[in-house]
Design a binder for this molecule. Structure first.
Ligand SMILES: Cc1cc2nc3c(=O)[nH]c(=O)nc-3n(C[C@H](O)[C@H](O)[C@H](O)COP(=O)(O)OP(=O)(O)OC[C@H]3O[C@@H](n4cnc5c(N)ncnc54)[C@H](O)[C@@H]3O)c2cc1C
Length: 538
């Protein structure tokens, strides 16, 4: 019999020692199998690079991410210097700036970096949450992909080189500003005006000047932003790249014709500045045909961001379940390790399934995205079989975005509850921060309802050359037949409903079923990927 000891010796140290020493890649055999399953001939190099970057992500960058998350380290604005010059300096902790240099120093978007090396590094880095790094990384990737397709002018080619290889020893960071106060989803309703420079000043090529406001501008510290705006006299959204500072002005802190009005106070991604901006004559370079601005921002820039939301959701789940499982083995209640309570065991198993299926599918889909050369527009002339494969990837990117954003919120909440009261303590583990970041992932890059509506419209439009039942059969090849047949029947039925816009009882019920069906459909796809990974030997 044990008697009470008033000098309570209880300690978390055994658990903390384990957590301190976990290597995100070396200690994750499932992740290694996922990489082996999908990286093909790039596996050896990607595996080697993953081991190397994991030693940074799992220890130094993990600790820096924790340190910069404290409320007193959040970014803030200095609008003026001591001599009454407007500078709009975003003050961020030195630790974040150091980590940013190190992460961007990996040159993830250089032509010499294999896409699989980039992907596995991003997955490992994302296990640390947003940390002021995840959004700038994906925005830079979107900017690079856009410029690789459309940069022709010397100015844009220099910006591309700056983002890929660096200039004067620094690698540039990108941002993307689409959302305005009257609507973030409804980009065609943008009001920001792009005035041709030539109408203001003769001989200035095809540059523009921007006037108006953007209301959600994350990674505001970036060097360049992709910005949507309407050219004077046009109702069509064009796409522009805007330098934050014109050459020579960064050191003098003179911004390029815009002011940062305030930083937003957010639930999550708190280490990342998100600002409201007024443009008053910012110099902007058009990218791609002006009339295709919307198609390019959605097809190229938002596709990269949506893939990242999927990948970072999987990364967050992987970390959440790993830490919760070990805690449940360490911690006892009523004389038993938590993991031995059937309720807890069942929850851990569910979390594990969600983490593994989302990780496997994120890598599988990336393989298929690469096979399409990252081009998801259906307007080209190509064999029907290729067009169908492109369509699959295009829809899966949206399905993954909404599913992983949703599931990662659930998994981090479930993981917190395994820790009981300690789960919601910000200085006990990273889980509250990962949870708050996951909630943000649901909102940006296309909220759930908007993407569900888009997927329904896409499937309807494609139905005459790609029947919903055939799409389901192709995407779920290898899944159990009864599951495939049930999904085929329901998808066919719901896609045949003329529109999701009627406010009648039937349409509302169809919408409710559509939401649940899309979730199940993507889980079925994820389960095919997970089974594929589990079938290979380590
Ligand atoms: C932390 C944070 C950072 C952000 N950073 C950036 C950034 O850097 N750059 C940027 O451009 N934006 C950014 N955003 C904005 C984000 O992309 C928008 O919030 C998002 O696009 C939604 O726009 P909204 O907030 O205006 O909501 P609304 O468009 O007003 O939507 C509100 C609700 O209506 C639903 N809805 C809208 N349209 C439809 C439809 N057709 N069918 C069904 N339902 C619909 C939506 O799903 C949502 O539930 C950021 C947002 C957050 C939270």
């Amino acid at each position: 019999m044990s008697l009470p000891n008033r000098d309570n010796p209880y300690s978390f140290d055994e658990y903390l020692r384990w957590r301190r020493d976990v290597d995100y890649y070396a200690d994750d055999p499932f992740l290694q199998k996922v990489l082996r399953a999908y990286a093909g001939g790039a596996f050896e190099a990607a595996d080697r690079e993953a081991r190397s970057v994991s030693r940074k992500a799992s220890f130094r960058w993990r600790d820096l991410s924790e340190r910069i998350a404290w409320p007193e380290n959040r970014p803030y604005m200095m609008h003026f210097d001591g001599h009454n010059h407007r500078i709009d300096r975003i003050v961020r902790p030195a630790e974040l700036e150091a980590m940013e240099r190190e992460v961007f120093g990996e040159r993830l978007f250089a032509d010499s970096t294999d896409p699989w090396v980039k992907l596995i590094k991003m997955f490992l880095i994302y296990q640390n949450g947003e940390a002021g790094i995840a959004c700038p990384l994906t925005c830079t990737e979107g900017l690079v992909e856009l410029l690789k397709k459309h940069a022709v002018s010397p100015e844009l080619l220099t910006i591309l080189r700056h983002c890929q290889e660096g200039l004067d020893g620094s690698i540039a960071i990108g941002a993307q500003y689409l959302s305005e106060i009257q609507g973030g989803s409804d980009v065609p309703a943008n009001l920001l005006e792009a005035v041709p420079e030539s109408s203001q000043r003769a001989g200035s090529g095809d540059a523009f000047r921007l006037y108006g406001k953007k209301f959600f501008c994350s990674a505001t510290h970036a060097d360049y932003a992709v910005v949507t705006a309407k050219p004077t006299g046009s109702e069509k959204v064009g796409l522009f790249v805007v330098p934050s500072w014109l050459p020579g002005d960064k050191a003098r802190e003179v911004r390029n014709g815009y002011t940062i009005d305030r930083l937003k106070w957010k639930l999550g991604t708190c280490e990342l500045p998100t600002a409201e901006i007024t443009f008053d004559g910012a110099l902007a370079y058009p990218v791609g045909p002006l009339a295709s601005g919307l198609a390019n921002v959605v097809g190229v820039v938002l596709t990269c961001s949506r893939l990242t939301v999927g990948l970072s959701g999987a990364a967050g789940m992987t970390r959440g379940v790993r830490e919760a499982r070990r805690y449940a083995e360490f911690r006892t209640a009523f004389g038993l390790p938590l993991a031995q309570f059937p309720l807890v065991a069942g929850q851990l198993a569910e979390m594990q399934t969600l983490a593994e299926r989302s990780t496997a599918a994120a890598f599988r889909m990336y393989r298929d995205y690469l096979a399409m050369d990252g081009e998801l527009s259906l307007s080209r002339d190509e064999p029907l079989a290729t067009k169908k494969r492109r369509f699959q990837v295009r829809e899966l990117v949206m399905l993954q975005k909404i599913t992983n954003a949703w599931d990662s919120t659930d998994v981090s909440r479930m993981a917190m509850s395994i820790f009981g009261g300690h789960g919601v303590m910000e200085d006990f583990s990273s889980l509250p921060r990962l949870f708050r970041d996951a909630v943000i992932n649901e909102q940006w890059e296309g909220p759930r309802n908007v993407l569900l509506t888009q997927i329904h419209r896409d499937l309807q439009k494609a139905a005459e050359w790609y029947a919903p039942a055939e799409l389901v059969a192709d995407v779920l090849a290898g899944a159990p037949a009864p599951k495939v047949q049930a999904l085929q029947a329901e998808l066919t039925e719901l896609v045949s409903h003329p529109s999701l816009f009627g406010l009648d009882a039937e349409t509302i019920e169809i919408c409710r079923r559509w939401d649940a069906l899309c979730h199940r459909f993507f889980h079925a796809y994820q389960d095919v990927a997970r089974a594929e990974v589990n079938a290979i030997s380590a």
